[in-house]
Design a protein around this ligand. Structure first.
Ligand code: GAR
Length: 199
């Protein structure tokens, strides 16, 4: 069984879709979520983790003097839980390079647009969908990719498109994209696990 950590900051609907897929979907028998880390003590994702009886910890930057000790604590948590893959699911911080180095090729992120479009620093959550509507894009979508040091630059694992109509508001686009995100994240994790098992 592949041991997954999920890093969250907010609602955690993507985290939930990953958990559900390990219980009854395509990750059943292949993976389990063993740790949830949030940087936000009020994240609803923490409640979800509790409901699922999954260990969760809140690691807040403000409780540390510097970036290094903050990152080291995260790394310790991941190592202690013997995690094999780290899934960023609405985690609204850059993760430390020690983590990227230690888990290189095993840190995944989901982005609510068709990267490389509408990615990079400052492009997250609703801002992405507002930019898509403003640019009158005929389509958007979800991308799961490997995490590298630069924001939103790692190799794409899976991308799925949604159509955007002229009448769509950014909330409409967010809703369509989120529905697709819930399908692609478990698929991308499966793809990475299958690849690792066969290589
Ligand atoms: C998702 O749409 C995810 O793609 C996005 O935040 C939302 C989290 O929702 N992530 C980013 O924008 C990261 N750059 P959730 O907490 O319900 O999964």
């Amino acid at each position: 069984m592949m041991r997954l950590a999920v890093l969250v900051s907010g609602g955690g609907s993507n985290m939930q879709s990953i958990i559900d897929s390990t219980k009854t979907g395509i990750l059943k028998g292949l993976a389990q979520v063993v740790l949830v880390i949030s940087n936000n003590p009020n994240a609803y994702a923490l409640k979800r983790a509790k409901n699922e009886n999954i260990k969760s910890v809140c690691v807040e930057r403000k409780n540390f003097n510097d970036e290094k000790s903050f990152n080291n604590t995260m790394l310790e948590e991941l190592k202690n839980a013997d995690v094999g893959i780290v899934c960023l699911a609405g985690y609204m911080r850059m993760i430390g390079h020690e983590i990227i180095k230690t888990y290189h090729g095993r840190v995944l992120n989901i982005h609510p647009a068709l990267l490389p479009k509408f990615g990079g620093k400052g492009m997250y959550g609703h801002r992405v969908h507002e930019a898509v509507v403003k640019a009158k894009e005929p389509k958007s979508g979800a991308t799961v990719h490997f995490v590298e040091e630069e924001y939103d630059t790692g190799e794409v694992i899976i991308q799925q498109e949604v159509e955007v109509s002229e009448a769509d508001t950014s909330q409409d686009v967010a809703k369509k994209v989120l529905a697709v995100e819930h399908q692609v994240y478990p698929k991308a994790i499966k793809k990475v696990i299958d690849f690792r098992l066969n290589n």
